[in-house]
Design a protein around this ligand. Sequence first.
Ligand code: KE4
Length: 431
Amino acid sequence: MTQAVAMDTRKSQLLFERAQQVIPGGVNSPVRACKAVNSQPIFIERADAAWLYDVDGNAFVDYLGAWGPMILGHQHPRLMEAVEDAVRLSTSFGAPNALEVDIAELVVKMMPSIQMVRFVNSGTEACMSAVRLARAYTGRNMVIKFDGCYHGHADSFLIKAGSGLATLGISSSPGIPEELSRLTVSLPFNDLSVVEKAFKEHKEKIACIIVEPIMGNAGLIVPKEDYLSGLRELCTTNGALLIFDEVMTGFRVGAGGAQQKFKVTPDLTCLGKVIGGGLPVGAYGGKKEIMERVAPSGDVYQAGTLSGSPVAMAAGLAQLRVLQTPGAYERLEQKTAALADGIREIVEKGKVPAQVVHVTGMLCVFFNDKPVVDFESAKACNTERFAKMWQELLKNGVYWPPSQFESAFVSLEHGKRELDATLDAFKVALA
Ligand code: KE4
């Protein structure tokens, strides 16, 4: 593929100048500012199937997938029709509607560890509510999380977090009282001994472990053999709850998420992204005896004006239903593996010091000559080299997530045309 001509980005630049006057950093979520890849953000006008189209008329193969939700690709007919039908009946009621029951029953069917589920409006809300519930249910206050994991921006989680914090090199955020951050212990991922030590040190003070069963916010880091079952055992032995944050992996890495893939059953699960089909939806759920503590059946308070909004429920329900199509996840795995193998071949041929990691629907290129097994080894990556790759990919029509500490997402709409175009772009970007 010939080197693309310099892209016209004038309209994006004008929009970004205006945006920076009235929105902090010109964006509504930090990672979108593309600072870590020394670039200005591209403003997207529309998207269709596996493609993004920006305001200057440039087209890109989309590996953002809106950070996970767009597993069916953009404008899937079943999803768009469901949303159009719902929006004609008004956009929100503030009273129960049937779609909330339909999607809750489907989530319970797809993820058997969830006997009851509460819908909220974001992954952050799902994770903060699950931790509040764990604290109430156990009567304990401390939380164990893992370095580089990201559970949204609630105060208790912004300690050595991944995603946008790692991208910007902020390990924890100002504005969080010392008294509160002392209740969160953040440990290296993939090491059971440090977790055992933490339980010995803090004994019955630990309410829960919250973990991304497959880390997607420090780049893509898979758990070592028996790691997740080890966390399960430590929680059971010490009377703490195990919370799987499957906001990213839920209904992406397989029909039953990471918990089905690794056959480890958490006490609570946090969901988001895929279950909203691109609209604002999060959820938390788990054992009935725990979930019944949530108001109004119990005394643990959590609420939301727009929780269960019919349009968002329609989008999520349509997407989950299409994902029931036999063979959907096998096809997604084939697409992801073909892309990962293709990039690996380019890396090996070019003797590029990089690791290519993938699981169904997600992949990552680490610029490190050693395997990346935790946040420390992720932070040892050459982020400047990543930035150069990212810029070259963009110039060659591929929109990759703008941070070494993120995962790329593949959809069911990424076909041969997209794969070939992507590998052509990688040949230039990794040269
Ligand atoms: P939201 O509040 O952004 O919907 O979800 C927070 C969250 C919780 N748990 C996991 C495992 C997550 O990946 C996320 C959000 N992921 C990032 C992408 N790495 C969102 C992108 C952004 O912050 O703009």
